[in-house]
Write a protein that binds this ligand. Structure first.
Ligand code: F6R
Length: 237
């Protein structure tokens, strides 16, 4: 596990964008695993600028997002689909982009199909992750056990509270989500974990301490052979 320390959010975003661009240069047909949330917004903005300047090309690349609220309409401006359209999908030339369907009638088949699709395309080359203040990755919340594959999950109260900032009220945050499981994330060939701000200090400290526990799902990354953490000073503490 490698830790890259950045002075601030902007440097973290730039460093991450350069690593994604490097991945695409080495393997243009990469399968990228992407995250939503506030952390990667700066990275997506840098990637869009690099794309507009002709410095990165997504034309052979495929993207799979980690998660989506359930149920939620794609048109809702709180959906991760809407977020990805706004920050990346509509602005670069990705060959194809996938996100769990928050409107699926049969969420169980949706989860199964999502895993199959990722496998068919050869699995994820580079997975971008943020961390929840409670240590979640994707929406794999702390608990007694962790799921391997894509599944439907109940969001914890702390995640609902943390994400309420994107909604008009806390009551509007969907209580469930479809998320890639820990197994899907761990199968990625390389993982890039981004952390910015004081509220990521605690989960980052737990990850760096090296003790693996389902109570802080991010700690599982200690078992992955190729993880790069890009964190700003506030998150490192
Ligand atoms: C988002 C996701 C979540 C976020 C995490 C941090 O697709 O899977 O795990 O990465 O909740 O969110 P922010 O970046 O908003 O602090």
């Amino acid at each position: 596990m490698r830790l890259i320390k950045c002075k601030d959010y902007d440097e973290m975003s730039k460093t991450a964008a350069e690593m994604v661009a490097g991945q695409l240069l080495l393997k243009p047909a990469s399968v990228l695993g992407l995250a939503a949330g506030s952390t990667p917004i700066g990275m997506y903005a840098k990637l869009v600028s690099m794309y507009e300047a002709g410095k990165v090309d997504f034309s052979e690349a495929t993207a799979f997002n980690l998660d989506e609220y359930y149920p939620i309409s794609r048109e809702s401006d709180q959906s991760y689909y809407f977020y990805m359209e706004r920050h990346l999908y509509s602005k670069v030339n990705l060959k194809s982009a996938h996100i769990p369907d928050g409107e699926a009638d049969d969420a169980y088949s949706e989860c199964e199909n999502y895993d199959k699709m990722m496998e068919t395309l050869g699995g994820i080359d580079l997975q971008i992750l943020g961390i929840g203040g409670n240590g979640h990755i994707g929406f794999n919340e702390p608990g007694e056990s962790l799921n391997a594959g894509t599944h439907i999950t109940e969001l914890t109260q702390s995640t609902i509270e943390a994400n309420a900032r994107f909604f008009e009220s806390r009551e509007q945050v969907p209580a469930r989500a479809i998320t890639m499981g820990i197994g899907s994330i761990m199968k990625a060939r390389k993982i890039l974990l981004l952390a910015s701000g004081k509220n990521k200090r605690e989960p980052l400290k737990k990850l760096l301490a090296g003790k693996i526990t389902t109570a802080s799902p991010v700690t599982i990354l200690n078992l992955h052979p190729d993880v790069v953490i890009i964190a700003d000073i506030e998150a490192i503490g």
